[in-house]
Ligand binder design. Sequence first.
Ligand code: AHR
Length: 498
Amino acid sequence: MVRNRAVINVDMPKGTINKNIYGHFAEHLGRCIYEGIWVGEDSPIPNTNGIRNDVLQALKNIKVPVLRWPGGCFADEYHWKDGVGPREQRKKMINTHWGGVIENNHFGTHEFMMLCEMLECEPYICGNVGSGTVQEMSEWIEYMTFDGESPMANWRKENGREKPWKLKYFGVGNENWGCGGNMRPEYYADLYRRYQTYVRNYGDNQIYKIACGANVDDYYWTEVLMKNAGRFMDGLSLHYYTIPGDFWLGKGSATDFTEDEWFITLKKALYIDELITRHSTIMDKYDPEKRVGLIVDEWGTWYDVEPGTNPGFLYQQNTIRDALVAALHFHIFHNHCDRVRMANIAQTVNVLQAVILTRGEQMILTPTYHVFDMYKVHQDAELLAIESSCAEYEHRGETLPQVSITASKNGEGTVHISLCNIDHRNEAVVDLEFRGDSLARKQVFGTMLTANEMNAHNTFEKPDAVKPEPFRQIELGQHTLMAKLPPMSVVTLAIVEN
Ligand code: AHR
């Protein structure tokens, strides 16, 4: 058996892993906001001011650092004024993108900001460029952040919020190359310059402005945006979904898939490394100081919807395969932490690669949730330099690295190492060498997420089929550590003083 080897340079920090890499995205889509998060104050489902308690607790536990809202495609047809004031009087609208259902606007700005306060996370609001006006966008900012006498601030106060909110992250449109207006990059770059001018900083509220970035490998979009509007932005987004099949002809099932689909899914997940590298290279040309962050504000797996569910609701199950996709993304985001300042999984509850699924009053945590939980230790920690040589994971003549490793050191000096073995058949043996520190007088604690079946997942009947367990397959030497990873596994090790 070929062994995997890695040297972890404990004294070579490579940059801070921005905690916002562990960010989330919740859109008015299917059962994400309504039922998944918001049930209303009169619901029999236990809630706090309309937000369901079980979901709130679960999200607090993974330390959600930032939450993007209200879309997605929904953002460019959302008119925020319809979502404030007494709920029963709020105007209804058709959610044309997502199932043509009626949106009652019961979850609006006040409810979203309250949710962020409860989660103690930063709000990231995406404004409407596709079908909204400059005035509408500028008034939204005034409504949320102006402290004093003004038409919008007074209206906010009438609606029950005296003090302005702090709003850091604001997106100027979403996917404006597609659902957000089908624009050419030259046209959007000009519109971006115009709209962002009126996204004002009131008082000491400083807004980090995020421009709509490219779809997957549209490098031309990044080139034009950086060239024509780079100096007006703080962040540029990137969207990439891992789709095993074809977007239009059949994406593949979330749970009923073959070994070939397992392999292609992980291969496509790894592709985000090339995308980030190439988009970053273009950004480097215009912004060598790396002032502008690359904001991967939509990522995750996208499969065919669960049989019998509304095709416009994008509801899918989540298996150990998704857990590995998430882990690989985090390792890649860590490696690019000099440029990637935020990432937002699509989406938090009941949509695409959700961390939580609900059914009425029931809630389950997905394998992806457990990866967020195991990896929260890396938030805001220093990335450590690693040199590795990995065994090959071979499938039908194609190969991928069998193991992926990332390591960080937190403010207290604790080193955390996360490893994943994407091989669906074989165990992986990993020899880790520690440089710059000794392992003598250290203890290692490990947590592992694994399964015996490729499609292992949690259901409302068996909510704990895939859940973290202690990991003990470790041998500790003076400067070395050997770990045996079962097939299809994600492990996090904590190296602590004895
Ligand atoms: O996350 C689902 C959709 O995917 C979003 O609304 C859109 O931005 C993207 O195409």
